[in-house]
Write a protein that binds this ligand. Structure first.
Ligand code: URA
Length: 312
């Protein structure tokens, strides 16, 4: 890939193209006390960071399990363990919505409706499965985002993945194509995955907290999250990943039921219903704040090390 293009995408020099020489990037910034310490990061092809996991000091286990997240997920996880899905990939989505130019879209109500009563039909967890879940997401009208979406964006990838990455909400490209992280931020996410020797769809499932695009990519509103979060809970229960990676503060706060800063959540192995959760920056943020890619790499190293530890 062209160096200029990589620079424009914010992938240079930390995520480097295949034909670049191996180099060592020394992190000059001292790790904060709550962050894993990495003396140096070896950058090698393809797109860097292919050396064995750097020496990350995993902080003392500080499990953070939110009670309310735990309750919903416990039921769904128990149910999913009882059931089975032969699907390796998420099923095809029915195309149920016609794209409207933004100008023709109906205005979004200032106040989203109360979540509980408007959530789509309650599902008996024991009967949950991908077909039902995907259909419900596409048919969901639990908040006003259904009025402005082109289509809902359920998630994509390997439904038996060890890795689950969770972002915020679909953007314009995702709304158009029906797949998470396909815009510019998605390209960076793909490069982050490649740096971990992972790739979309292969041992990786990618989803969002919200399944529908907030108009103009505004921040999700609490009522929208409340209406939508059960879908994510069910996706986690069905995939049963070995590790969760929250991309950005919004995903982290939703999963952990907190309103802490991203800085305070990084560098710690959290747990959601027994599944380790690592918090890192959202790729869209990294595109605007290139130096923080080094810190993101620390987080991804902590995630790789944490997953390794679960296997021993
Ligand atoms: N940002 C997100 O959080 N999710 C997407 O799917 C795309 C951009």
């Amino acid at each position: 890939m062209d160096e200029q293009l990589l620079k424009a995408m914010g992938l240079w020099p930390l995520w480097v193209p295949k034909d670049q020489e191996t180099e060592v990037v020394t992190l000059s910034e001292p790790a904060a006390s709550h962050e894993p310490s990495i003396a140096s990061v070896h950058v090698a092809s393809p797109f860097g960071f292919t050396e064995s996991t750097p020496d990350v000091e995993t902080p003392a286990a500080k499990p953070v399990i939110s009670a309310s997240a735990k309750a919903g997920l416990a039921a769904a996880l128990a149910a999913a363990r009882g059931g089975s899905s032969s699907l390796r990939h998420a099923p095809e989505k029915p195309a149920t919505h016609v794209a409207l130019p933004e100008a023709q879209q109906p205005p979004v109500q200032a106040e989203a409706p109360a979540p509980v009563s408007l959530v789509t039909k309650p599902v008996t967890p024991a009967n949950d499965n991908w077909d039902d879940l995907t259909r419900e997401i596409h048919q969901c009208r639990a908040c006003t985002l259904c009025d402005s979406r082109t289509q809902a964006v359920p998630g994509i990838g390997d439904v038996q993945a060890e890795w689950m990455f969770i972002g915020e909400a679909p953007g314009a490209e995702e709304d158009r194509l029906g797949e998470p992280f396909v815009g510019t931020a998605g390209k960076l996410l793909d490069n982050m995955l490649a740096a971990m020797q992972l790739k979309r769809g292969d041992n990786v499932y990618i989803g969002n907290v919200l399944k529908c695009r907030p108009p103009g990519n505004r921040d999700p509103q609490p009522a929208e999250v409340a209406a939508c979060r059960h879908f994510l809970t069910r996706q986690i229960a069905l995939v049963q990943p070995k590790i969760l990676v929250a991309l950005g503060r919004f995903a982290a706060n939703t999963l952990l039921n907190t309103d802490s800063t991203l800085a305070s959540l990084r560098g710690t192995v959290h747990h959601v219903e027994g599944i380790p959760l690592i918090v890192t920056y959202h790729p869209a943020y990294l595109l605007r704040n290139l130096p923080d890619k080094a810190k993101a790499w620390q987080d991804l190293c902590l995630a790789m090390k944490t997953l390794q530890q679960t296997k021993h």
